[in-house]
Design a protein around this ligand. Structure first.
Ligand code: AMP
Ligand code: MG
Length: 501
């Protein structure tokens, strides 16, 4: 008889119990996924692990550095009970139907219990080729793995829905990109990795029964409240439309640019998903394109909201056979603009410390963005420093004013802004508290990521870890880290990020 207590003071990964909910739900749909094991990663080492992400699945910080952890999340050792797989999906890339894509370098390990009572799927990214790899090698380079890791955790700390990143495990194995680069595996976590493109896959392959299985799986698992709706598929589309509209507003309000908003990168849960050539707005230009590969600017900053809507239409097209009619489908999509506008309005009011809504607020905001554009003002610094402005004009705003080339134009705007604040009897101290909780001091600027990546490529991972910790509290002053909130240095101007990763 085994009478050892199933108890450990430091729960390690041996305590993770993998279920295979996705695999089981599609067990009768062999075309939905391919069961396979990750390709081993030679001589893996820990680059970084997020303690906050680990906590979400009940892992202690001590468990994160263990050999067990490294072996499991490099894909070298199968976790007990895990039936790993790669899933199929399709999608529209840059507005064009791209046909079948799928997990070309991601492998789903299964789902585990989350500390909040829900469940989280764990997925290895960069863990070797799959039947969906097409021309790719199934690997991810250290550079892009660090970027995904840092940004996933930074977005979560900003309060923006996102997949999470548990760890980056590196290796000296090389993959060929523009030049040879070392590879890594990121472990991502989300309740589900189903994408808009997962639905499009069955629709365009004319497989209505598979489409229904997928929609029923998503509704039962992630939107159970919709089961009672008169038309649950229409309700699903309406809810995904709402979440997507809100997500777009949150991206715009923090200056986040995704870079590759293809339908295969759109989460059915409304999460930020598939971090590639993303960026945060620095010198404000609404037409800014963060992805060097996107020469037409389809996914420029100011295009994101309407692309979000376009992508919901693509999902609506795929769900049409289940919803039943074009009219019902269009009705589910029709609130997007209003939902987006209302959410953005709410977020911008908070960013300006405005508690009420007045008729002329749009004019004040338009004038502000025009000024920011004219002076190429840094997006994050502007909003953070705006919180220091005092109503009686007794200073506090010198460093804010310094951001503008045209100081007189700024002064004129600041007069209007002060008048607007007085209208609602705004109090400096209270307003600053609200504004500091809405305007992050720290975001993942490209140059910060780049510095951490270059150090990591020299095997010094301290900067990745430090940066991740700073970005865990983006709204806190953290005076000891103030240089991480500064403008990008001159060398960063030439930084380019592209789809190559
Ligand atoms: P992305 O643009 O990163 O969202 O990728 C689009 C598609 O290409 C997805 O199906 C990815 O799995 C696949 N893919 C991207 N990079 C690779 C790679 N290095 N090896 C295999 N598949 C890849
Ligand atoms: Mg993708």
């Amino acid at each position: 008889m085994n009478n050892r207590l199933a108890f450990s003071e430091a729960p390690g990964i041996e305590h993770l119990r993998f279920a295979n909910s996705f695999a089981n739900a599609f067990a009768d749909s062999p075309a939905a996924y391919t069961r396979l094991a990750p390709t081993p990663l030679p001589a893996p080492y820990l680059v970084a692990a997020s303690e906050q992400a680990a906590q979400l699945i009940g892992l202690t910080p001590a468990a994160c550095g263990s050999d067990d952890f490294i072996q499991t999340f490099s894909g070298n050792r199968a976790a007990a009970d895990s039936q790993s797989l790669a899933a199929v999906y399709s999608g529209h890339q840059f507005g064009v139907w791209a046909g079948q894509l799928g997990d070309g370098r991601a492998i789903l390990l299964g789902d585990v219990a989350a500390s909040d009572g829900g469940r989280l799927e764990l997925q290895l990214k960069g863990s070797g080729s799959t039947p969906y790899s097409r021309m790719g090698d199934g690997r991810a380079v250290l550079r892009s793995s660090i970027r995904e890791y840092l940004c996933s955790e930074a977005m979560a700390a900003l309060g923006i829905p996102t997949s999470r990143a548990l760890s980056v495990i590196g290796s000296d194995q090389l993959a060929m990109r523009e030049r040879p680069e070392t590879t890594a595996v990121v472990t991502r976590m989300a309740p589900s990795f189903v994408r808009f493109g997962s639905f499009e896959h069955w629709y365009y392959n004319n497989r209505p029964e598979q489409l229904k299985t997928l929609a029923d799986y998503v509704i039962a698992g992630f939107y159970p409240e919709l089961q009672a709706a008169a038309n649950p598929y229409q309700a699903l589309l309406a809810e995904v439309t709402r979440r997507t509209a809100h997500l777009m507003a949150q991206w715009q309000a923090v200056g986040f640019m995704h870079g590759v908003m293809n339908t295969d990168n759109m989460s059915i849960l409304g999460l930020t998903l598939d971090y590639g050539p993303f960026g945060f707005m620095e010198a404000y230009d609404p037409r800014h394109i963060c992805n060097h590969t996107d020469q037409q600017g389809r996914y420029a900053y100011n295009q994101q909201p309407q692309i979000g809507h376009w992508n919901c239409f693509a999902l609506g097209q795929a769900l049409l056979p289940l919803i039943g009619s074009v009219e019902q489908t269009e009705a589910a999509l029709s609130n997007y603009q209003a939902l987006y506008g209302a959410k953005l309005d709410e977020l911008l009011h908070a960013k300006l410390g405005l508690l009420t809504h007045q008729a002329d607020d749009d004019k004040l905001l338009d004038a502000m963005f025009a000024l920011m554009q004219g002076s190429h003002v840094d997006f994050t610094l502007f909003f953070r420093r705006l919180g220091n402005l005092r109503l009686d004009g007794s200073g506090g705003d010198e460093t804010l004013r310094d951001l503008f080339i045209d100081r007189a134009a700024f002064d004129a705007w600041a007069l209007q802004y002060r008048a607007r604040l007085k209208l609602e009897n705004s109090q400096d101290h209270e307003r600053k508290l609200v504004m500091d909780a809405s305007n992050p001091k720290y975001v993942l600027r490209n140059y910060l990521a780049q510095t951490a990546i270059e150090r990591a490529q020299e095997k010094d991972f301290s900067e990745v870890r430090k940066l991740q910790q700073i970005l865990e509290n983006p709204f806190d002053e953290q005076p000891q880290h103030a240089q991480y909130a500064e403008l990008p240095p001159d060398w960063a101007r030439g930084l380019e990020v592209s789809c190559s990763s």
